[in-house]
Write a protein of this length. Structure first.
Length: 97
């Protein structure tokens, strides 16, 4: 379990570092900073797995996901009716609405 946590933490740290470093070098805050962070995080996963092809695929997937979040303004939503207030909230035990 500790190996998975270390891998996930390392990928997250590489993502954050890649994002911040790209922003500081480029002097811009745009969708590509997150893409550079995604590339860094994916490469860490590839190094951990020991496969270059896995690392390149993970890097591309993380970069694309990060760019998708940035393009949407960080407001990605689920299907209609999910969190839009149209569906009434259910009361759980001991919770007040």
């Amino acid at each position: 379990m500790g190996d998975y946590a270390a891998t996930f933490g390392s990928a997250g740290a590489a993502f954050a570092a890649g994002d911040v470093i790209a922003e500081s070098f480029r002097d811009r805050k745009d969708i590509f900073n997150g893409a550079f962070g995604g590339l860094a995080g994916g490469l860490v996963l590839g190094i951990r797995a020991g496969k270059i092809s896995f690392g390149l695929g993970a890097a591309a997937a993380l970069a694309a996901a990060s760019m998708g979040v940035e393009v949407s303004g960080g407001r990605m939503r689920g299907p209609s009716g999910f969190g839009d207030g149209a569906v009434p909230n259910k009361k759980f035990i001991g919770e007040e609405i």
